[in-house]
Write a protein that binds this ligand. Structure first.
Ligand SMILES: Nc1ncnc2c1ncn2[C@@H]1O[C@H](COP(=O)(O)OP(=O)(O)OP(=O)(O)O)[C@@H](O)[C@H]1O
Ligand SMILES: [Mg+2]
Length: 214
């Protein structure tokens, strides 16, 4: 960052800063689909979903590994979107500045996208798998959706565990989302990640009917 930019940033008023902060919610939520860019008010009519949102909000910002489990259409991705937005608006200014000044990895990816991004570096001399993983580690808050859509090979498990452990060590929040039942999820995610979930954010089970019309 050059000196001119630094001067400009230090001169903006708190009011201007608040406006920018709101804008940054949208920027930092980049990666979510248009469908999930709903206002919180539009989602607030379902008491159980709201209770899940309160639970998620309590652990966001604590360096949690938290998991959302539930059948199709129960609002898991929507909840993660609000979790990320909650994180961003709660940031203190120095952190907000960091978010502005760095081109972070998207806040939202599917497990498939995560693995494809790493695989794309193989045989490519420009990027390394380590650099891609480090981008994911550096992302201030990260959502990995559709965890159940993967091969569960040793390679995938090792990549996921390696990245998750580095995020856990640097106290960055990670939200994992799956359609699996609790026991199947714990079995497939492996003991290392399961332990970190237990210690920090826990599992939020979203056990109600789909929001999608029949
Ligand atoms: N609390 C809510 N109130 C109203 N609509 C909601 C709520 N939560 C989610 N929705 C809407 O319901 C639809 C399904 O939500 P979402 O995609 O988050 O479900 P999901 O659990 O992630 O489903 P899947 O497992 O298929 O990915 C979306 O259009 C979403 O915007
Ligand atoms: Mg979803």
């Amino acid at each position: 960052m050059n000196t001119t930019n630094q001067t400009q940033e230090s001169e903006i008023s708190d009011e201007q800063y608040e406006k920018q902060a709101t804008l940054s919610v949208w920027r930092s939520c980049h990666g979510f689909s248009e469908r999930h860019k709903k206002n919180f008010g539009e989602c607030s009519k379902h008491p159980q979903w709201l209770a899940a949102a309160e639970r998620l909000k309590r652990v966001i910002g604590t360096g949690a590994v938290v998991c959302l489990l539930g059948r199709r259409g129960t609002g898991k991705t929507q909840l993660a979107y609000h979790g990320v937005a909650h994180y961003i608006v709660g940031l203190k200014r120095p952190w907000m500045d960091k978010i502005y000044s760095r081109p972070y990895q998207k806040a939202y990816v599917t497990a498939m996208q995560f693995f494809m991004k790493i695989k794309a570096t193989y045989g490519n001399s420009k990027d390394s798998a380590e650099a891609v993983i480090t981008e994911f580690v550096n992302c201030p808050i990260l959502v990995i959706d559709e965890i159940q859509v993967r091969g569960e090979t040793d390679w995938e498990n090792q990549m996921l565990t390696y990245m998750m452990d580095r995020r856990y060590s640097s106290k960055k929040d990670t939200i994992l989302i799956s359609n699996q039942k609790r026991d199947a999820f714990i079995e497939s995610i492996g003991p290392s990640i399961a332990d970190r979930i237990r210690e920090t954010g826990g599992i939020i089970e979203m056990d109600w009917d789909s929001f999608r019309a029949e």
